[in-house]
Design a binder for this molecule. Structure first.
Ligand code: NAD
Ligand code: ZN
Ligand code: ZN
Length: 361
């Protein structure tokens, strides 16, 4: 059987997104059909629309989602119809060279559904990050479904599926921040604020939030930033050094993905400190740094893919922390919107009016 549902599609590079009919097949072996309940609007969806990620249009956008498993294909045992799940884009293969060496959070061959979803005329859709959840139903590999406590509201649970996990994980897994560290986070959208809270969770001493938008800095304070710097007004490298006894921060997390802010992160860290790039750059971006500074400043320059998370390990724990009142996921949800308001949500994101707009279905 094929399911005819509504979904949000980016038809061509730079073109506005459209709500249109999409066709979703019943799950085949190893696949799951999920009735999506909520899906957050992440900056990565906008990168897809603008051509920053690839050229495989049309894209079925949306990838920060929670929902209920409707049916599963042959051989699927770890989830069943009725399960409340968060969708993930790291269904590890267990067989690639990263998995075999015991580093599955780097898995180089993650699973997605084998069958395709299409437009009504049969045009094959590329689901964003192998998910495509701005849709009433979506088809994923069963391993992309992580079962969590259904007491969590879908609109907050879904956020762990991408941006919040990426930011939290950049701090708690990739860096990792340790008790007593000074931490700076450059760019305080949903991802950056999650990194701020990750620094709180791991016991950072000083947490400096940097953004060009004062509203974002106020929100960052609510997540636990101890200091804020508006980098339109204050040079962030000087500002971060001034707040860290002239030294720079132990960990600087870049959550925008731009050369100039990466450079700020590079110079705002202490000697032997760590830079974590969690923001996603576009293919045209370049950076030039004196090689001697890379050597002489020492430390580590890391990238964080999905916060180095393992969904099966991390999502259930983080949902429990949320349900115990120890992880303020509700604060990320600025508004809930309908499927046809994604284009407007992109504009609000660009104007800095929201942390997360979440589509509810
Ligand atoms: N690594 C991953 O696995 C992963 C996962 C999800 C998202 N991301 C990426 O993380 C980045 C952030 O995503 P988001 O959803 O939080 O985006 P967002 O648009 O909500 O937030 C970006 C923030 O950066 C600020 N900003 C922009 N330019 C700035 C500058 N020059 N100096 C200081 N602040 C500046 C904005 O005011 C905004 O607050 C994006 O590049 C996204 O693609 C990465
Ligand atoms: Zn693997
Ligand atoms: Zn995302």
């Amino acid at each position: 059987m094929t399911h005819e549902v509504r979904g949000v599609v980016a038809p061509a590079k730079g073109a506005k997104v459209e709500v249109t009919t999409i066709l979703v097949p019943d799950p085949g072996p190893g696949e799951a059909l999920v009735r999506v309940q909520a899906c957050g609007v992440c900056h990565t969806d906008l990168h897809y629309r603008e051509g920053g990620i690839g050229d495989d249009y049309p894209y079925l956008l949306g990838h920060e989602a929670a929902g209920v498993v409707e049916s599963v294909g042959d051989g699927v045992t770890h989830v069943a119809p009725g399960d409340f799940v968060i969708l993930n884009w790291r269904a590890v293969c267990g067989e690639c060279r990263a998995c075999r060496r015991g580093r599955p959070w780097y898995c180089f061959n993650t699973h997605n559904a084998r069958q395709t979803m299409t437009l009504a005329d049969g045009t094959v859709l590329s689901p964003a990050l192998g998910i495509g959840a701005f849709a009433e139903k979506t088809l994923v590999a069963a391993g992309q479904c992580t079962k969590v406590n259904p007491a969590a509201r879908p609109e907050v649970a879904g956020l762990l599926g991408c941006g919040v996990m990426a930011g939290l994980g950049a701090a708690i897994n990739t860096a990792p921040v340790v008790r007593g560290d000074s931490v700076a986070v450059i760019g305080c959208g949903g991802v950056g604020d999650a990194a701020v809270f990750g620094a709180v969770l791991n016991g950072a001493r000083t947490i400096i939030a940097v953004d060009i938008d004062s509203r974002k800095l106020e929100w960052a304070r609510q997540f636990g930033a101890t200091h804020v710097i508006n980098s339109r007004e204050t040079d962030p490298v000087e500002g971060i050094r001034a707040l860290t006894e002239g030294n720079g921060a132990d960990v600087v997390i870049e959550a925008i993905g731009r050369p100039e802010t990466y450079q700020q992160a590079f110079y705002a860290r202490d000697l032997a400190g760590t830079v974590v790039l969690v923001g996603v750059p576009t293919p045209d971006m370049r950076i030039e740094l004196p090689l001697l500074d890379i050597f002489g400043r020492g430390g580590a320059l890391k990238s964080s893919w999905y916060g180095d998370c393992l969904p099966e390990r991390d999502f259930p724990v983080l949902i429990d922390l949320y349900l115990q009142g120890r992880l303020p996921l509700d604060k990320f949800v600025s508004e809930t919107i309908a499927l046809d308001a994604v284009e407007e949500a992109f504009a609000k994101m660009e104007r800095g009016e929201v942390l997360r707009s979440v589509v509810t279905l």
